[in-house]
Unconditional design. Structure first.
Lengths: 111, 338
């Protein structure tokens, strides 16, 4: 598999490897576990419980000063925002590394 | 032009430019503030002006009115709707801006927060309660994050109706930062559910600097060394804190699920209810209702106003921070020029 690396805007630093959970509705929040990396299309606070639970956060929107960035810093979770097309690139169950020290998201296993 | 008004416009320009360059616009939910202002702005600003005027006619002092408004970050946030002050006569616009700044000075040492701190005249905390228990610090961070997300739902794009961050206060070699959360009842959502808590205060000993702006946006978060949590004037720690956090999370989760089917128009109504509620104490003194005017709801129902977010983002990308600052400052100055 070719190694694919993506970038965005780092909201909070940190490094973590885990499986992707896509969150697009309130119902999706229930499936998020503490070891998951969540990917959202927007930063709706209605997904609060997913943000609170997941180990790391990737979103298509936002930057270093948006509300989700502040929240990720409070929670001290790796968080990269404004990742173009993230909700299409990352699929449910993919194993990825989010390296928010170096603004890199690497797909390690494409299931 | 009045020097204080000029300064106000400069400070607002600086703050909003920084926020835009932080790519905040693309992440704003469920609409951007300009869209909300289209529906709510003129109704609210006119009502705010008239309510303050009536209280003054009843001989309320500025200090009394400020106290009824409760906190400073809420007052500062009113200025985000100030383009709608064009509904008022030019002298009335100046009068309202000067009044709001006067109210701010009742709470803040520097109303503009120019040094990146928000130092209150009468901060309430006690450093003897600070503890270094790592579990408690972690829980207080989670609590703060949860409440910020919750407030974004209660007061979309106007979260400062429900929180204020202040400090840094120096206590010997300690630096103290305080986060206060209030107005937590989900009244703006139209949900009749009693929220069990009125006020939550998180007091932190921090290492490093913070950066807060005029509107109370927190741009830089410092590292925490110790903290304590106060829930409705009671210090809560250890297992008690854990239980309080879990109960609160469950309660907020229930409230969120009740909003599952809210439309974009419903969220504009939530915004309107939230901001009109912020005048409740003033209205109570006048024995008048703090309900949202029915014409405002009609406007939300009957008119469709959208700003294309991609255009806003493109504008931000194509302009430097200095250019955005200048454009914003001038747009605010124009309010007072006519």
């Amino acid at each position: 598999m070719d190694i694919k690396i993506f970038e965005g805007i780092v909201a909070n630093t940190g490094k973590y490897k885990g499986r992707i959970k896509l969150v697009t509705s309130l119902e999706d929040m229930e499936k998020v576990g503490v070891k998951d990396i969540i990917v959202t299309k927007d930063n709706s606070p209605l997904f609060s419980m997913a943000f609170m639970k997941a180990a790391a956060i990737i979103s298509e929107r936002g930057g270093s000063l948006c509300h989700l960035a502040i929240v990720s810093r409070e929670l001290n979770k790796p968080c990269i925002l404004s990742v173009k097309n993230a909700s299409n690139i990352f699929r449910e169950g993919m194993f990825v590394e989010i390296d928010a020290f170096n603004n890199k998201i690497t797909i390690l296993e494409d299931e | 032009m009045n020097e204080k008004i000029k300064k106000l416009c400069e400070v607002i320009g600086k703050s909003l430019a920084k926020l835009h360059k932080g790519d905040t616009a693309s992440a704003l939910w469920p609409f951007i503030p300009n869209e909300a202002e289209y529906y709510v702005g003129i109704f609210f600003i006119k009502d705010l002006y008239e309510t303050i005027k009536k209280l003054k006619e009843k001989n309320y002092t500025n200090q009394q009115i400020a106290e009824l408004l409760d906190n400073s970050s809420k007052i500062a946030q009113y200025f985000t709707l100030f383009h709608s002050a064009k509904i008022l006569k030019p002298l009335e616009r100046v009068e309202l801006a000067m009044d709001l700044m006067e109210f701010l000075s009742h709470f803040r040492k520097d109303i503009f927060c120019e040094e990146g701190n928000n130092i209150l005249n009468n901060p309430q905390y006690n450093i003897k309660y600070l503890n270094k228990n790592s579990q408690d610090i972690k829980l207080s961070n989670k609590l703060s994050a949860l409440l910020l997300l919750y407030l974004e739902i209660l007061y979309p794009t106007m979260m400062r109706m429900g929180h204020e961050f202040h400090g840094i206060y120096k206590e010997g070699d300690k630096k103290i930062f305080v986060k206060e959360f209030f107005n937590l009842n989900p009244l703006s959502l139209g949900i009749k559910e009693n929220f069990p808590i009125k006020k939550i205060k998180i007091v932190e000993e921090v290492d490093g600097k913070i950066e807060l702006d005029f509107f109370n946006h927190l741009f830089v978060s410092p590292k925490k060394i110790s903290s304590y949590v106060e829930i409705d004037s009671k210090i809560v720690c250890g297992e008690d804190l854990k239980k309080n956090y879990n109960d609160l999370e469950e309660k907020i989760k229930k409230i969120i699920y009740k909003t599952n089917l809210y439309s974009r128009k419903d969220w504009f109504k939530v915004y309107a209810k939230g901001i009109f509620q912020s005048m409740k104490n003033l209205k109570d003194e006048l024995n008048v209702s703090d309900n949202v005017p029915s014409k405002l709801f009609e406007k939300i129902e009957n008119e469709d106003f959208r700003l294309l977010i991609d255009k806003v983002v493109e504008f931000t990308k194509n302009h430097t921070k200095e250019q955005i600052e200048e454009i914003t400052k001038n747009s605010y100055l124009n309010i007072f020029h006519e």
